[in-house]
Design a protein around this ligand. Structure first.
Ligand code: NDP
Length: 305
């Protein structure tokens, strides 16, 4: 199968390229600004005409879009750019994919929901984003559905990985210099490793490939997170507990749980980010690892490099 990975320099894009390198799929990948000698092609999602042109030129069976404007707080003041990358560029991808008759695998977020209540949400639950990033991602989803292209949308949450910037690396870095950290404890959700997201995406691409006559049964939106729920403070405690096995500087760091009201941010966050992932497990036959076991693998990899 010919796969085009857009956004290969991000957390998920990096894992996708790493895992796809061990498969027989033919992979083309893009980043916004390739470094000298890089094998990635250049594609800036801010240039909408280039997005369609790239897809129509490469003619992939599957486009995986791992690029996004992910600066949640900055999106409040850079609304035009967030909308361009997360919605308008995604619309152009969907239209080009429809024209080719190929499939688009795309990522969205728990931030499409308002975070009320305490139950895990299903894919069909009412959306109502509380910040602009969430709104731009929801618009991207809706453009895909309206285009009628073959698609799989994975809504994920609290993403971290070996490559890129994320909460896990920030905690380990900051914790090495501090004995106590205040972390919010009233937002509940599921940490998700980029590795798990890439594994599920490749499993989905393989299902589409091997079951080509039944593609329509896979088309739709799926929740994809680590299994189990936690809050940011308890997530931080687990990071330090695992990290202290490798680095004595993060041993004994105390995490002080605080309410979100004590940590004001430009963008509001939903309190309840619990997602029900059973549709994904049933449809693609994958089993999602617990968030703790995913974290263990990533912390090990961070320290062994
Ligand atoms: P990252 O922030 O790690 O990576 C995003 C990528 O998008 C980067 O490679 C970035 O390039 C690229 N990008 C940004 N703007 C452009 C542009 N104009 N043109 C081309 N590329 C661009 O994101 P993740 O891997 O964490 O996220 C993957 C997906 O998961 C996204 O759709 C995101 O919305 C979603 N998601 C992420 C969550 C998280 O906690 N991170 C939570 C829920 C959903 P560069 O590095 O050059 O800036």
């Amino acid at each position: 199968m010919k796969i085009l990975v857009i956004g290969a320099s991000g957390q998920v894009g990096f894992e996708l390229c790493r895992q796809l390198a061990d498969t027989k799929h033919e992979v083309t990948s893009t980043v916004m600004k390739p470094e000298e000698g890089s094998s990635h092609l250049a594609l800036d999602l801010g240039k909408i005409a280039d997005v369609s042109a790239m897809i129509l030129k490469v003619k992939p069976d599957v486009v995986i879009n791992a690029a996004a404007y992910t600066a949640v707080d900055k999106a409040e003041s850079e609304q035009e750019l967030a909308m361009l990358v997360n919605a308008d560029a995604v619309k152009a991808m969907a239209v080009a994919v429809k024209e080719l008759g190929s499939t688009l695998i795309h990522y969205s977020t728990d931030y499409v929901f308002d975070g009320s209540g305490s139950e895990p949400r299903s894919e069909d639950a009412q959306t109502a984003p509380v910040n602009f990033y969430g709104k731009s991602k929801l618009d991207g989803e809706e453009y895909i559905r309206q285009s009628d292209c073959q698609h799989v949308i994975f809504r994920t949450s609290w993403v971290y990985g070996f490559h890129g910037h994320n909460f896990v690396k920030t905690m380990l870095r900051v914790g090495a210099d501090r004995k106590e950290l205040s972390v919010v404890s009233d937002q509940v959700g599921s940490p998700t490793s980029a590795k798990q997201i890439a594994e599920c995406s490749i499993a989905a691409a393989n299902c589409l490939d091997s079951d080509g006559d039944n593609v329509s049964k896979y088309v739709g939106t799926y929740h994809l997170t680590g299994s189990g729920f936690t809050n940011w403070a308890d997530f931080a405690k687990e990071i330090f507990s695992l990290g202290s096995g490798f680095d004595e500087k993060v041993r004994g760091v105390t995490v002080k749980p605080i309410p979100s009201s004590d940590y004001p941010t430009p963008a509001k966050r939903p309190f309840n980010s619990r997602l029900d992932c059973s549709r994904l497990e049933k449809t693609f036959g994958v089993e999602l690892d617990s968030w703790q076991s995913q974290l263990k693998g990533v912390v090990q990899e961070i320290y062994s490099n």
